[in-house]
Ligand binder design. Structure first.
Ligand code: R5P
Length: 292
């Protein structure tokens, strides 16, 4: 007998094991003995002719998670699902969207074309680094709906300090502050550091607006090593800000990033739970409502 949801044309939702906060997990993810990835969608036979949504976090262990994602999308494609939507709250490899040095590649395009090639019709993600606005775009052949956590993150602070000044530490995050009357700083990264880690430290950060005596809320799409936020916090402190708090959609929080931000003078740091961290104070579930 056909299930009620199927008759009503409701999408079938597949939830990965680390997304228990977004629904009940119903996917088997294991390793083969050699470490390669095994995926199984036990209710795959119900997908034919239906819209399906797959929810899968791809951080940490990005490489492993992306392979799992591609395999699961391929399985859905083989099931003759009508439309395949993949919800990946934080999209890895989104940061290299430009060629900085001859011989590099745009990882962001490669990842998107792989997701498209596996059979995905729509990727839903949050504050994707190379998009820099909310809404739907096509990139690497893939349709992407870029949701934003900016209002929820800023709301986390503004509810207690409505007079605070909102600012972004670089122009890329300007779309996160404009609707709140905020401004953005001008960040310039330098050359790659020596060594085997590909990192271009922040070379300069200029702030052309006044923060003197103000409470400042800094917001960005992500905090990785923390270099950007630390420079911005120090700049605000140097220019006389009364207090500084920070927030970002994605908290990679590498190494001592969190401690260093607090040490630089931030009184609080908050991130969403696109990546599950100890400071994921702003949940994404409500924003995903129509997909779950
Ligand atoms: C870059 O432009 C992004 O918007 C972030 O500002 C950046 O990725 C943060 O990285 P980090 O925390 O390592 O400075």
């Amino acid at each position: 007998m056909q299930k009620e949801e199927e008759k009503a044309g409701k999408p079938l939702v597949f939830i990965s094991g680390d997304c228990g906060d977004l629904g009940t997990p119903n996917i088997e993810l294991k390793n083969f003995p050699d470490g390669e990835k095994y995926v199984r969608l036990p209710i795959l036979s119900q997908c034919e002719g239906r819209e399906v949504t797959l929810v899968h976090r791809c951080y940490p262990e990005q490489d492993k998670s992306i392979i799992q994602l591609l395999l699961m999308i391929a399985a859905l494609k083989s099931s003759k699902a009508k439309k395949i939507i993949a919800v990946v709250p934080y999209l890895p490899y989104a940061r290299q969207d430009k060629i900085w040095k001859e011989g590099e590649t745009k990882s962001s395009e490669t990842i998107c074309s792989l997701i498209k090639g596996a059979g995905c019709d729509l990727l839903v993600t949050f504050d994707c680094h190379f998009i820099k606005r909310e809404g739907t775009v096509h990139y690497g052949g893939l349709a992407i709906e870029n949701l934003t956590m900016k209002d929820a993150l800023l709301g986390h602070y503004l509810k207690n300090m409505p007079q605070a000044l909102v600012a972004a530490p670089d122009k890329g995050a300007n779309y996160m502050v404009v609707m709140h009357g905020g401004q953005s700083m001008k960040k310039v990264r330098g050359e790659y550091s020596e060594g085997s880690t590909a990192v271009r430290p922040v070379e300069s950060l200029e702030m052309e607006f006044d923060v003197g005596g103000k409470d400042v809320i800094l917001i960005d799409d992500m905090i990785a090593g923390g270099g950007t936020m630390i420079r911005a916090i120090k700049e605000c402190r140097k220019k006389g800000a009364k207090s500084v708090v920070c927030c970002a959609t994605h908290g990679l929080l590498l190494g001592s990033a969190l401690a260093d931000m607090l040490g630089a003078g931030a009184s609080e740091v908050a991130v969403s739970d696109t990546i599950l961290t100890s400071i994921s104070k702003v949940p994404i579930k409500a924003a995903l409502g129509k997909f779950l």
